[in-house]
Design a binder for this molecule. Sequence first.
Ligand SMILES: NC(=O)c1ccc[n+]([C@@H]2O[C@H](COP(=O)([O-])OP(=O)(O)OC[C@H]3O[C@@H](n4cnc5c(N)ncnc54)[C@H](O)[C@@H]3O)[C@@H](O)[C@H]2O)c1
Length: 346
Amino acid sequence: MTDDVRLVVVGAGLIGQRHARLIQQEAGVSLCTVVDPAEAGRAFAEGQGVPWYPAIDQMLAAEKPDGVVIATPNQMHVEHGLAVIASGAPALVEKPIADSVAAAEILVTAAEAAGVPLLVGHHRRHNPLIQRAKAVVEAGQLGRLVSVHGFFWLYKPDDYFDVEWRQQAGAGPVLINLIHDLDLLRYLCGEIVSVQAMASNAVRGFAVEDTAAAVLRFENGALGTINASDTAVAPWSWEQTSGENLAYPRTDQPCYMIGGTHGSLSLPRCEVWTNTGARSWWEPLHASRVHAPDADPLVLQIAHFRAVIRDSAAPLVSGREGLRTLQVVEALTRSAAEGVPVAIPG
Ligand SMILES: NC(=O)c1ccc[n+]([C@@H]2O[C@H](COP(=O)([O-])OP(=O)(O)OC[C@H]3O[C@@H](n4cnc5c(N)ncnc54)[C@H](O)[C@@H]3O)[C@@H](O)[C@H]2O)c1
């Protein structure tokens, strides 16, 4: 008799396979089946030694999993999420929670009405470094937050865009990448209440943006800037600085700076800068580093999902949190398209 939580992975593509493999490796969880209509999905399930289903409904009719990881394309998250919730099983839905705020609201409302936990795959929040950074902010070490800056600059190789959908609107750095940065900034610095943005496709000339910049207003009065480009050769992105995913060569550079009235924090080095004496531009500054163990947040996210299923934790990123982050992304996209600031309703 095992105490393992039995998990299904729906969608065995890039990220689904990573989830499935780590579920196979980690203690306390086991992979009970894989759902994916593609032949490659069937082959993957066979390679993992677990049963395969071509469709989620067939799987739910035949199996009774403890939890389901939904790693299908964005536009299927709501359909698959609703099916899982109707079965009563908690779901871990990859980010973005849905392909639109309106669709995400349907999923979140259904989960809340059914009392079934929904965890959204903003996995970076599970990184111990982010947990330490949040503790620094919440302990008041920075004083009152004043200003925040986030970078997502890197170069996606040209063949990345050989796949047709990656050239289309909605497939660019804002929805695919910046959504992670915006989620972290919300988590660390508080709610974002309005956005003013611009986007450009001047370099690659695809329908999708290659560069975007935005000014953010936080509920606590702080302002922020966030700047994304997947066509800049540069070392300043969470991907290339955090060491979270070893597929990216690591640089020892910052990508987020959080400024407060009594100190500032740079990430991912997690350096807190304060005056050694009185607060003044004439006084020397001192940096003290907060250390956190290197850990794969995808692994920690699965361990957390197990705790959610076992009822010993509330989701760190609930459906409503995933919805709010998507609202910020949609506001940013709308602001860039219409050239106006966009408020995000509370
Ligand atoms: N958290 C992260 O850092 C991260 C990273 C990558 C992708 N993602 C998210 O994960 C999701 C999947 O992205 P990906 O890059 O793995 O895509 P992908 O195209 O590599 O994989 C999607 C898989 O879903 C399968 N699929 C299609 N229709 C299906 C259906 N009806 N039922 C079951 N499976 C079906 C496809 O055959 C494919 O294997 C997206 O929402 C993406 O935004 C998150």
